[in-house]
Design a binder for this molecule. Structure first.
Ligand code: ZN
Length: 220
């Protein structure tokens, strides 16, 4: 579903199964953020098709982190480039693979990263995004921010009325620090990895205030 020019949202709405929200950034580069679980890719493609986008259109896959519910589906997109933060690689090998993928019967994608994302500018065609390294939910979690569209994609760092868990290679203090950094941004659209999206500066601000009051004290 189109949210605004160049930004499409594919929220996961089925409460029976866990899966991540996906987002599509379109323009000269078509980037899919967090494809989710592999077995739900047909559903995602079905929704994208209604907006006129196809799997083959995706030039770039960006994963906010490599937990199975965000990353497993990259395997489907054989010809797309894959961008991740380098710090997720060791976490995937040493922790996610044996403790998250194997027990849940999911498979670590064989797809190798083509691009390592770092804190700083990321040009997607003519659109300037910022990669923000936000460890805490996982060591190499990243958020994507577009200052002109005022869009912030948060992965599992911040949700509507909540924050990501820290028991899968996370670090509560680092998470609190990362969230504080995000609070300083001018955001109209907060697009989290799970649950509902937030639209409007006021609701984004209220959400951060609630998290600051109710959640951050528990992390520090
Ligand atoms: Zn996660």
């Amino acid at each position: 579903m189109k949210l605004l020019e160049g930004v499409y949202i594919y929220p996961w709405l089925n409460p029976q199964y866990n899966n991540s929200n996906s987002y599509l950034l379109t323009g000269e580069v078509v980037a899919l953020i967090d494809p989710g679980h592999l077995n739900f890719i047909p559903e995602l493609l079905g929704q994208m098709r209604r907006d006129g986008f196809y799997g083959k259109d995706i030039t770039l896959l960006i994963c906010t982190h490599l937990h199975p519910d965000h990353f497993e589906g990259v395997e489907f997109f054989k010809t797309s480039l894959l961008a991740i933060h380098r710090e997720e690689e060791a976490a995937l090998r040493d922790y996610y693979a044996p403790y998250l993928y194997q027990p849940s019967g999911t498979r670590v994608p064989s797809k190798e990263p083509d691009i390592y994302l770092r804190e700083g500018k990321l040009w997607l065609g003519k659109d300037l995004w910022q990669v923000i390294h936000t460890p805490g939910h996982s060591p190499g979690s990243i958020c994507l921010y577009n200052p002109s569209k005022k869009v912030l994609i948060t992965g599992d760092v911040v949700f509507y009325q909540g924050v990501g868990r820290t028991d899968f290679m996370g670090d509560p203090q680092a998470l609190a620090h990362s969230i504080r950094r995000l609070m300083g941004l001018d955001v109209e659209y907060l697009l989290p990895g799970h649950g509902q999206i937030l639209v409007g500066k006021e609701s984004v601000k209220r959400n951060f205030q609630l998290i600051e009051r109710m959640v951050l004290p528990l992390l520090l």
